[in-house]
Design a protein around this ligand. Sequence first.
Ligand code: SF4
Length: 259
Amino acid sequence: MEQITRKSLLYKSAVEYADFCLNHVEGCSHGCLYPCYAFLMKKRCGVVKTYEDWLKPKLVSNAMELLDREIPKFKRKIKSVHLCFSTDPFMYGQGEVVESSSRILRKLNENYLPCEILTKGAYPEELAHNGTFRGLNDFGISLVSLDEDYRKKYEPHAAPFGERISSLRKLHGKGMKTWVSMEPYPTPNIWNQDLKEILRAISFVDRIVFGKLNYNKLATAFDHAGEFYTSQIETLKGFCKKHKIECYIKQDTKALVDA
Ligand code: SF4
């Protein structure tokens, strides 16, 4: 895998539910086509030229050295570190990325820094056997459908949904905290599905974050988005209450349904 170096790694995130963040890979072989906001931004800034370039991840080779320098500097300010917003830390079929992410997690945890991890890949079994990771971290998957046709169309190179869920369930079974990001949740003119079925498949998790689909022409053109997301949020809240799951609705989604 191609490698790059960076001047810094840890930064304060602007995302509403995150604290600090790091991205130790440039690009993402999952190649999501909602479209992917990270890809759009990197293309706009000229960091990545084409979609094909984006699909070839480049590893930040000096990530551990940067952490050695930055952890002492930020340690007192950090409540948690999110991996990742502009790439995927457990990229499907990318062993080098997975190894690098596991090393980074271990280093952060050894410094008593909790991590919040989010992937459209599948978690390796070793994580479930490593005591370092227990208790300190929140392991999450992105999941907005159970339909593999949807996954092939919009998340073409990410892990099959069943694999994501079963890897998360294994971590839950080992006593780890788990969560699901249901974002970007599609409008029914893009994919017609039953939210309850998806929720039933993840009833074991500790937290669900829900957000609407942005930057997609079909979703923007859908006239009943407010009504649709209102009904989905009601369903989600009822389910979370019944199963004692923490529920977080993203601010832009809340703003849409409150309008
Ligand atoms: S997994 Fe995330 S970073 Fe990777 S292509 Fe999909 S949306 Fe973009």
